[in-house]
Design a protein around this ligand. Sequence first.
Ligand code: ACO
Length: 318
Amino acid sequence: MKYSRIAGTGSCLPSKVLTNKDLEKIVDTDDKWIVERTGIKERRILGEGENITGLAEVATKRALEAANMVPNDIDLILLATTTPDRTFPSNAVLLQERLGIAECPAFDIAAACAGFNYGLVLADNFIRVGQAKNVLVLGAEALSRIVDWTDRSTCILFGDGVGAVIFSESDEPGIVCSKISAAGKYKDLLYAPTGLGPDAELSPKIAMAGSAVFKVAVNTLGKAVLDVLEKSGMEKSDIDWLVPHQANLRIIQAVAKKLDLTMDKVIITLDKQGNTSSASVPLALDQAIREGKIKRGDNILLESFGGGFTWGSAIIRY
Ligand code: ACO
């Protein structure tokens, strides 16, 4: 029986820091409101000359170093994004070229903020059926490109960054259990139009019904984490760390409560990074591993939720 386990992680944030104080100069908001309602203090956004492919290259090289691998050890690239550098070729292919990998399957995943969880499930399946041995999964986002900088209810939330994880074939799990899902009936609560075709009249910027999204996110994620726990046969007390999607501190607190976890067992990066969509989980995972919080053998629960709605949850033994 084949399993997949994390061989290495890496991440990269853009250079430009945008604080709540900076946002006070752009829209009618204040630091106190943003911190109280979201937990976010600052976020990173792409600076001059920076792009997704460049950040993804750095994040991947860090993951390869951690895994003691070279680029040609990778035999599949899955890159979750809603903001690729080009519509096509996919950002996964742009990254492949940058890494100097001559050939391997590579494609992007469009599942909004849940994209990394979708990638994790795909990687696990490719490895289990023997079609890949080392799968590079990234969450790579530049939300600053599609944020409406005049809309105070959304522009305060988002940030840019890339997280990368290499999953490798193993005799032991690894990915213990995972679940992904989507419900298109919520498509109009959170979306970014293309500005083309049926969306030709719409501005291609993020639109969100914040408090409606908040309520569905709390309920859906609460159920998603308990579902995956039940499926794994584990108890709440077996979970060492929650690595949640970093959308809102209040949503994260509600999910932690469902798992009877105290907040010192929850990895938080949104104070410094904001919501980086599909990049938020792998960014938080990499940070916690590099800080020495998450150690080999620990059980981690990952969850994410985003436009669609899409969502996912997984339990991983690191
Ligand atoms: N500064 C000051 N006041 C503000 C701001 C701001 N930046 N934004 C909104 N307000 C005001 C509103 O205008 C409103 O004023 P009113 O009562 O006079 O009308 C008041 O604050 C309350 O607004 P709400 O939208 O009800 O505020 P809420 O407490 O719901 O917080 C927030 C808003 C932070 C957006 C929250 O709803 C949220 O986090 N939603 C979920 C986000 C999420 O999980 N997204 C999913 C993932 S993202 C993705 O997939 C891309």
